[in-house]
Design a protein around this ligand. Structure first.
Ligand code: F6P
Length: 752
């Protein structure tokens, strides 16, 4: 109804000016037509008068010569039989009225002199109406010239003029009505088209379902602008970060408000808690060294739900119920962990093989060659299906929010969407995405892209990696891409590809219970056998070749070469938790790291002093937090990293506003933490210089830099990250619902 009113209003906007224009045109045309008609009839009557005069002239001249008035009368009366001829008169050469029919208006007399051609004609208005007076010369036998005056009645001209005026106005009225009807019809059709087009566009559908107007190339700029505008509006509606504003309660609020508290199911390979059988036989609970787990765990604590992950630890099976569920965190259970068991072959093929020997080096520019094997791919596909089935089995409703994490599950989004088409699937890719050419070497690149595009939202840490992904899709798939809004349509599914820089919990999980910085420092220095006046550098990583640990040690070696005053004064603690150690690449890497640490320690160490303390055992997060608080400088030299949460954890730990962060420019974190000392890890001297600068940085400069980084991490914390993705997902979900309702209405209305 509202739409109809709108379209009528739109039509009126055309009709009103049209009516006015037509009225003005009619007003101007009527006198013009009158004039033309009059002139046309005057000419016609002139001609007739001349004809009559020519016919009568000779006879009249004779009769005048004979002064035969009765025959002149008969002649004139015969002439008057012409229905238009109203009166006839004859004037003598002296200008006296010699004879006239009884109808001749006396007022006309004989006063009109003949023109130079001997004739006069005019339209004259008399009391009874308009007449045409024509005076024609009559050559007499005596050589004089009398005048024959013929008066034609012109009242019919006026009558016809009135008729013409009437028909002209009628014509304009009909024209106006016809144009208006056509306009209204076209406006109605266009409006409906526009509304349908806009609806399709809002649902992101116009780009897949050929809709004539939206597909019209002339419309494309407008469509693009509108989509860009919508994207801007969406982005602007993202939660505005304010210090301390984003917290678990706000996140729960988003779920309540936008998802009616719908269930959250999270899928990752790594589980948040490992139950490990100790040598004593008791079961210990461990938190894995995983940035992914660090980021997602606070979200799950805030939102409850179910976390589906690989049960990989030695005592995992011993603590689950018959549904493979265990409530976690163990001390304050707030969500459910659903464990999925994998056989040795499955784990080898899917996790070690395809994920970590194939995709991991493929996506990280660390110059390690990816290995792709068909058997690994088969396992990867099968395991993705198993996890997708597990997620669907955990879903209590047909439309849960499913959060899929990382490169282990590139196929799961599509597999889940096929089983739960109403689910909102949010996939986050925690590692970099290479350029399209580099990605192209993966033999199953199309299948991977196809799987990922089953997501409603697909997130990367940085704009750059998001763009790389879009370029890859553009290059290898027949997909429609809306570049302004980063929406990809592929085989009926619509995916919004965005960048959401991941972050850490704020305030840090340990903030309420942690010791102050001085106490942490004292404990750590004691544990490391350092004097209180010594400087402490820190690296915290998994023992992974992408982390730039060799480059870091190389920089430390160079620092001690260039600034020997630090020998004996500076210790670098490298916590390198074991990871993927059944892979040759990782084992060799660890050997190289150990060898380099030994070399540096051999060169610069002395009894009671080793510049590098390499700690390759698992450290619990509380311990690591203590190291963060104790360190003078934290060094992150990844060769390539999606984000690197160590950098943000270090910043979050430093509530004293001290400590310096040396950060690789090839991390996602470097795009946000501009107050870190940014380095190129491949440039040994530059890194050594940065280390020197960090170790000698005045406290005031440290405070300014750290304060600024802390503000950023506080504002863009992990709750903000999850909130931004959930709000975007809520919009996608809303559009899906609208789209479903429209499709339903169409089906009811019998529209295909
Ligand atoms: O960086 C990718 C990633 O999956 C992280 O999310 C996580 O910190 C790390 O790798 C853990 O790797 P894994 O689960 O193989 O030990």
């Amino acid at each position: 109804m509202l739409n109809r009113l709108r379209s009528i209003r739109l039509s009126l906007r055309f009709i009103a000016p049209l009516t006015v224009t037509l009225a003005v045109l009619a007003y101007a045309l009527v006198p013009l037509v009158d004039n033309l008609t009059l002139r046309w009839w005057t000419n016609d009557l002139d001609m007739r008068a001349r004809l009559i005069a020519n016919t009568m002239q000779d006879q009249l001249a004779d009769l005048v010569g004979q002064e035969s008035w009765s025959r002149i009368n008969a002649l004139f009366n015969r002439a008057l039989q012409d229905e238009r001829l109203y009166a006839v008169a004859y004037c003598t050469p002296a200008g006296e009225l010699a004879y006239a029919t009884s109808t001749y208006p006396v007022s006309l007399g004989c006063s009109r002199p003949l023109s130079s051609e001997g004739q006069t004609r005019a339209a004259v208005r008399l009391a009874h109406g308009l007449v045409h007076v024509s005076q024609q010369p009559v050559a007499l036998a005596d050589g004089n010239v009398g005048t024959l005056t013929l008066v034609h009645d012109m009242s019919f001209v006026e009558r016809r003029s009135a008729d013409t005026r009437y028909y002209l106005i009628l014509f304009f009225v009909v024209l106006g009505i016809v144009i208006s009807l056509v306009t209204v019809l076209i406006a109605q059709m266009s409006w409906r088209g526009w509304v349908a087009g806009m609806r399709a566009m809002l649902r992101g559908e116009g780009i897949v379902q050929p809709f004539a107007r939206v597909e019209d190339p002339d419309m494309q700029p407008l469509v693009s602008d509108l989509r860009a505008l919508l994207h801007q509006v969406d982005t602007a509606r993202r939660p505005r970060p304010q210090e301390g504003a984003w917290n678990p309660e706000m996140l729960r609020g988003v779920l309540r408000e936008h998802f009616r508290g719908d269930q959250i199911v999270l899928l990752s390979n790594r589980e948040p808690y490992l139950h490990v059988r100790e040598e004593t036989g008791s079961i210990a609970v461990r938190r894995p060294a995983s940035g992914l787990v660090t980021a997602m765990e606070p979200i799950m604590r805030a939102c409850s739900g179910t976390w589906v992950a690989h049960g990989s630890a030695s005592a995992d099976r011993d603590v689950v119920d018959q549904n493979d569920h265990v409530r976690v965190p163990p001390d304050h259970p707030s969500y459910t962990l659903r464990r999925v068991w994998l056989s040795r072959e499955e784990e080898d093929g899917y996790y070690y093989g395809f994920a970590n020997e194939g995709l991991w080096p493929l996506c990280h520019l660390a110059h390690v060659r990816p290995v792709f094997r068909s058997d690994d791919w088969a396992q990867y596909r099968a395991v993705n299906q198993r996890f997708a089935d597990a997620v669907c089995a955990e879903a209590r409703t047909e439309d849960p929010v499913v959060l899929i994490q990382d490169y282990h599950f590139a196929l799961a989004p599509r597999l889940i969407a096929e089983q739960l088409p109403r689910a909102t699937v949010i996939t986050f890719w925690h590692i970099p995405w290479p350029n399209s050419e580099a990605f192209g070497i993966c033999p199953w690149r199309d299948e991977i892209l196809h799987g990922m595009l089953g997501s409603s939202i697909l997130g990367f840490h940085t704009r750059f990696h998001r763009q790389n992904f879009i370029d890859t899709v553009d290059r290898y798939l027949e997909a429609r891409i809306e570049h302004e809004t980063s929406i990809v349509s592929y085989r009926g599914s619509i995916t919004r590809v965005e960048h959401y820089p991941i972050s850490v919990q704020w305030p840090s999980e340990w903030a309420p219970s942690q010791l102050d910085v001085a106490a942490c420092r004292a404990r750590v220095l004691r544990a490391e056998g350092m004097r209180p006046d010594m400087l402490l550098g820190l690296g915290v990583d998994r023992m992974d070749y992408t982390k730039g640990i060799l480059e870091r040690f190389g920089a430390i070696e160079r620092l001690l070469e260039m600034h020997p005053e630090f020998i004996g004064q500076f210790v670098f603690v490298q916590i390198a938790s074991p990871t993927r150690s059944s892979l040759d690449e990782y084992r060799h890497f660890e050997q190289r790291v150990r060898a380099l640490a030994e070399r540096v320690n051999g060169r610069f160490g002395k009894p009671g002093y080793a510049p590098i303390h390499l700690k390759t055992t698992h450290h619990v997060p509380e311990q690591i937090n203590e190291y963060y608080r104790a360190a003078d400088v934290c060094v992150v030299t990844s060769l390539h990293d999606g984000m690197n949460l160590v950098a943000k954890e270090f910043v979050a730990a430093r509530d004293d506003d001290h400590g310096v962060l040396v950060l690789s420019q090839f991390t996602g974190a470097a795009r946000e933490l501009h107050d870190a000392l940014l380095v190129n890890p491949y440039h040994t001297e530059q890194c050594a210089e940065a280390l020197h600068r960090a170790l000698t940085m005045p406290p005031d400069e440290q405070r300014v830099r750290m304060h600024s980084m802390r503000r950023l991490v506080a504002e863009f914390n992990i709750y903000w990250w999850a909130g931004a993705m959930l709000l975007d997902a809520a919009r996608v979900r809303q559009r899906q619902r609208v789209s479903e309702r429209i499709d339903l209405q169409r089906r009811i209305a019998g529209v295909a």
